[in-house]
Write a protein that binds this ligand. Structure first.
Ligand code: ZN
Length: 233
């Protein structure tokens, strides 16, 4: 039998009952009164193992929750950067700079400490969009030239369900989370949308065109399916 990992929350009350819950952000949580032994808790969990496994298997991997703290890892086109926070005395827009393997954020020291994470998140999101659109535009230009098509507009959007789209008027839009994915994966998404300017469907000819410029496209598509939870601002 496989061992189930759980978080145990003890109640100080003598007569409190026991409960087992499963959620995407907290995993398996067991509540039990203080006097129950570890062995009793373990056997309670084991007795519900079929139910727990059923719920665990239905859940997708937890979304990475960012706290915007010093030293936290943030992705930029697949590379890891550690967040470095500096406070400055001049008010104004929070500045973001990349230096070696660090993303440095300068934040006004007049802001209350409790709003720092939100201010840093806003600044990073702005920075991601600005840098992201530049990199993605270069990629779109490259593949459009290779394939011999021209687009009308590119935009990055805060969407959850799709990675990219190509309108009948050749307006291309991309999920802003792609700014965190590795270059080769973003290349695939860009190539996919640019290829739709030639073939408006997912037929055999469409995939042949994609494969011509990205022989590993299946690997890149799989990466997105398996790792999308890592990409969150
Ligand atoms: Zn498509």
């Amino acid at each position: 039998m496989s061992q189930i990992n759980y978080t145990l929350i003890r109640s100080r009350r003598l007569l409190s009952g026991t409960s087992v819950s499963v959620s995407p952000d907290k995993g398996v949580v067991v509540r039990a009164p203080f006097w129950m032994t570890e062995a009793m808790v373990r056997s309670l969990v084991e007795s519900k193992s079929v139910w727990i496994q059923k719920h665990l298997s239905k859940m997708s991997p937890p979304k990475v929750v960012k706290e915007f703290k010093e030293g936290e890892t943030h992705l930029f086109f697949g590379s890891e950067y550690s967040l470095s926070i500096k406070t400055v005395t001049s008010p104004g827009r929070t500045a973001v700079n990349v230096c070696d393997n660090k993303i440095e954020v300068e934040i006004y020291n007049g802001f209350k400490q409790n709003i720092h994470p939100e201010k840093i998140r806003e600044a990073l999101q702005h920075w991601y969009l600005e840098k992201g659109i530049a990199v993605i535009t270069e990629k779109v230009n490259y593949f459009s030239e290779q394939i011999g098509v021209s687009y009308s507009r590119i935009s990055l959007k805060n969407v959850t369900s799709i990675w990219g789209s190509c309108s009948p008027r050749n307006c291309l839009s991309f999920n802003q989370k792609l700014v965190m994915a590795p270059h080769e994966v973003v290349d695939y998404v860009v190539l996919h949308e640019v290829s739709h300017m030639v073939h408006r469907n997912h037929g055999k000819k469409f995939w042949e065109l994609v494969q011509k410029y990205d022989p590993l496209y299946k690997t890149h598509r799989r990466w997105l399916k398996q790792n999308h939870h890592l990409l969150s601002i």
